[in-house]
Design a binder for this molecule. Structure first.
Ligand SMILES: NC(=O)N[C@@H](CC(=O)O)C(=O)O
Ligand SMILES: [Zn+2]
Ligand SMILES: [Zn+2]
Length: 432
């Protein structure tokens, strides 16, 4: 019975394990972790040379379901996530219609339960229709299973409305995931406000666009006591404010996306919409601050902000194309290549930021390889080198600036609830 994972480097932030162990999964749970397990299993996976981590959790994914399924759907997004090593993903509510009530949250959660091999949790909008005017039915959405609320795609600009929603989230014990962007300062900006923007003849988005709302949201979190989680931080200012707020005892966490720690504005050579995302790629100084923030534990989550769009949408002139890039199938490789292989993060810190911390923030009770925990496990080969080929993505979205980039590190298997949700060899087999 069950699955036996043999001889991998088990990296578990929860039990503070980092060493060569076998893991036996049975009845959807982690049955045992030991130096050598001799028990028979239905399936044996040889993990020698691989990292064995608690199933990865992506707190920030756009599944575009309902209403925008030409870009992505629960099924295609979840399959892409499984391939990317994720056993749990949180879907954002900027769907069509907006996911702002109990039934709409329930729709995605039920669809996922029936159709996909990983856990998909649907977050709820902060305000009705994401119009920023009045709080949505937060309690109803939490009852339907939403682990958080977020207005991702924009900020709730009315601080009074936001504070009311934060109080409700605090009462219900869920975090607020904050997209920080002062919309009145954007003024047609599409890339970072700097010399490169001028060279490309485009309008810019300054750091203040983000930093002002980060500062405001921290003040509101302080006042309401809600847990504030900052989405896709891109500026040096954000890192410094998180550092300071935490030192003051504010309940705060913050994520960085792979594109923001990998690329800078200097990498944008032409007005290619695959380099257009919100917030934009910033300067090298900001990238350095994000990397340092990750290294020092100020920034505690790596999430993808997987934002699929159609080829047609992204082929429009950069001013008209939508913001966003896909990330589920490149996140592990970029984290390993840019942060672990370079010595900025240990594999243990990677497991913290991609599994243990997201679980803690969202109260999921996962992100752990302790005996008795759910059998969610990700096996990663840190040595395989390959070129990123967007045409091979399982996601409907191929919009990435990373096509052609050489990376090191590949997901070998994703096991969710004791079942194999993705396996590298299987995938190759089915392609033949
Ligand atoms: N990040 C993006 O550039 N786009 C996201 C919205 C968001 O995350 O703010 C999208 O929904 O496409
Ligand atoms: Zn956002
Ligand atoms: Zn987003």
């Amino acid at each position: 019975m069950g699955i036996l994972i043999k001889g991998g480097r088990v990296i578990d932030p929860d039990t503070k394990t980092d060493g060569k162990y076998d893991i036996l999964l049975e009845d959807g749970k982690i049955k045992s972790v030991a130096k050598e397990i001799k028990e028979k299993a239905e399936r044996v996976i040889d993990a020698s040379g691989c990292y064995v981590m608690p199933g990865l959790i992506d707190m920030h994914v756009h599944l575009r379901d309902p209403g925008l399924t030409y870009k992505e759907s629960v099924e295609s997004g979840a399959r892409a996530a499984a391939k990317g090593g994720f056993t749990t993903i949180i879907a954002m509510p900027n769907t069509k219609p907006v996911t702002d009530d109990r039934d709409r949250v329930g729709y995605v959660m039920r669809k996922a339960e029936m159709l996909v091999p990983i856990h998909v949790l649907q977050s709820g909008a902060v305000t009705k229709g994401m119009e920023g005017k009045e709080p949505a039915d937060i309690e109803g959405m939490v009852k339907a299973g939403a682990p958080a609320i977020t207005e991702d795609g924009k900020s709730v600009m009315d601080s009074g409305v936001y504070r009311e929603a934060m109080k409700e989230a605090k009462r219900l014990g869920i975090p607020v995931l904050a997209h920080c962007e002062d919309i009145n300062l954007v003024q047609g900006g599409v890339v970072n406000a700097d010399a490169n923007m001028k060279a490309l003849g485009l309008k810019g988005i300054s750091n203040a666009v983000e930093d002002i709302i980060v500062a405001r949201d921290i003040m509101l979190a302080k006042e309401t006591g809600v847990h504030l989680h900052l989405c896709h931080c891109s500026t040096e200012g954000s890192v410094e404010m998180v550092r300071q707020a935490r030192a003051e005892g504010v309940s705060i966490s913050a994520e960085v996306c792979p594109h923001h720690f990998t690329l800078s504005t200097d990498d944008i050579k032409t007005a290619d919409a695959n380099y257009k995302m919100n917030p934009p790629l910033r300067t090298k100084k900001d990238v350095e601050a994000l990397r340092k923030g990750l290294e020092e534990g100020v920034m505690d989550v790596i999430s993808t902000d997987h934002a699929p769009h159609s080829a047609e949408e992204k082929s429009r002139p950069i001013e008209e194309a939508p913001f966003g890039i896909v990330g589920l199938e490149t996140s592990v490789a970029l984290t390993l290549t840019e942060l672990v292989d370079t010595g900025i993060l240990t594999p243990m810190q990677m497991a913290e930021k991609m599994s243990y911390n997201p679980s803690k923030i969202l109260g999921l009770g996962r992100g752990s390889l302790a005996e008795g925990k759910p059998a969610d496990v990700t096996i990663i080969d840190p040595e395989t080198e390959y070129i990123i080929e967007p045409e091979c993505f399982v996601s409907k979205g191929k919009n990435t600036p990373f096509g052609g980039k050489k990376v090191k590190g590949q997901v070998v298997a994703t096991i969710c609830g004791g079942e194999v949700a993705y396996a590298r060899s299987l995938e190759e087999d089915t392609k033949k």
